[in-house]
Every structure is written in structure tokens, then in C-alpha cells.
Design a protein around this ligand. Structure first.
Ligand SMILES: [Zn+2]
Length: 214
């Protein structure tokens, strides 16, 4: 969830929708923080979420779904929940294609493709049937947790680079790095890949703005 400070810095005045990748705490914890937005900026926000993740949210964020128990006058986020499957769906005329991936053994997470941009934030393995959805990707934003190896639930940098070589996007931004990833050291390494292999890979950072064509 992007902090509200960045909303201000990049002049976001409307949130058209929030699309949920999966229901781990760091992916849905920000639901609460939307309350200041729906109380002060716009009356409500549509949420797009897979039914398995909605079932989790019914337990973790029950007060945002069933409001019958809320103390009168207490302010919570005003959210409209839309259940998605692993099929394409439309948000404000924008076609969004779910990119099903594994995020640990037996646990499904969704990446999303919109236009030629593919976003996969939490992934430990990509099923064969997802690769065709990644064809002709111009901008790939992908999980790379640590510099040395993958973990049970996330790509490490070596595996993430392997996937970039396979998917062949025009440009890749890695996301979700832990503090073991020394930004300057890794950035220098990645820059060299531009010369040696002709691949454009970069670590993303807070406040990075990327134009996308839709
Ligand atoms: Zn996760």
C-alpha cells in the first residue's frame, strides 16, 4: 500500500480502484488506512479481490465488510468489494489480466497485466500457463527479495534475473527488496548487464515514477 504522503507528492487526487494480489498482512493491511481517504477525499473505493482472499479478509477486516457491529460515529474505510477470478476484468475501461503465480508451495498470488505492463509483486514460481500472458511485455515489475538466493515464498535476485531472460521484457524494475539488497552495489551490477547482455533491469525505489502506455 502506497503511503498517503506519496499520493500527495505525485498529486493523486482520486483512487479509481484497489486490486489485491493476495491476502498476506503486508498486502491487505492498508485497507484500514484508506479510512482517511474515504472520510475526506472521496466517499468510497472499489476493491477487486479473489474470493479466497476475500474469505481471509472476512476474518481479518470483518468490520469493513459487515458494518452492523460498528459503533455509531466510528469512522472506518468505505469500500465496495468486487470478487475477481483468474480471468481478465475491466476497471474504468482498463482491461486487467490476472497473472496467477505461486507464492510459496500451494499458495496462489496474483500478478496483474494492464496494457504492456506486468506487475508481479510476490512470487516464488511461475506456472507454465502464465508465461503466454507475459508475452511482449514492455515493463515488468517483479519480486526480488534478497541478493543471494530465493526464499520459500519469494524470488531472490538470481532467479528473478533468470525469469527476465526467459520473459524478455523491454524493461524490468525489481520490487520488494529486503535490506540485505545493497541498493548501490546491486544497481551497479545490474547496470553492467545492460552492456554484457543487453537487458534493462533496475531496482525500484520509493517515489520512482514510471510512465506506462495503456
Ligand atoms: Zn505475501
Amino acid at each position: 500500500m502506497v503511503s498517503r504522503l506519496w499520493f500527495f507528492c505525485v498529486r493523486i487526487r482520486t483512487i479509481d480502484a484497489v486490486i489485491i494480489t493476495h491476502s498476506h498482512a503486508d498486502a491487505i493491511g492498508g485497507m484500514d488506512d484508506l479510512r482517511d481517504w474515504t472520510n475526506n477525499v472521496q466517499p468510497s473505493i472499489p476493491i477487486y479481490v479473489a474470493s479466497r482472499d476475500f474469505e481471509v479478509m472476512k476474518k481479518t477486516h470483518y468490520y469493513l465488510i459487515d458494518k452492523s457491529d460498528i459503533i455509531p460515529g466510528a469512522a472506518v474505510s468505505e469500500l465496495q468489494f468486487n470478487i475477481i477470478k483468474e480471468d481478465p476484468f475491466i476497471v474504468h475501461d482498463l482491461k486487467v489480466i490476472p497473472l496467477p503465480v505461486w507464492h510459496g508451495s500451494g499458495y496462489r498470488s496474483l500478478g496483474f497485466r494492464f496494457g504492456n505492463t506486468c506487475y508481479i509483486s510476490d512470487v516464488s514460481d511461475i506456472p507454465e500457463e502464465t508465461y503466454p500472458l507475459l508475452q511482449d511485455c514492455e515493463l515488468l515489475i517483479m519480486d526480488a527479495l534478497r541478493p543471494d538466493r530465493s526464499s520459500a515464498t519469494h524470488f531472490g535476485l538470481p532467479r528473478a534475473l533468470e525469469e527476465v531472460r526467459k520473459i524478455k521484457p523491454k524493461r524490468t524494475l525489481f520490487t520488494g527488496m529486503m535490506h540485505l539488497m545493497d541498493h548501490e552495489v546491486v544497481t551497479e551490477r545490474l547496470l553492467k548487464l545492460r552492456e554484457t547482455e543487453g537487458i534493462d533491469v533496475q531496482l525500484s525505489y520509493d517515489g520512482l515514477r514510471v510512465p506506462v502506455s495503456l
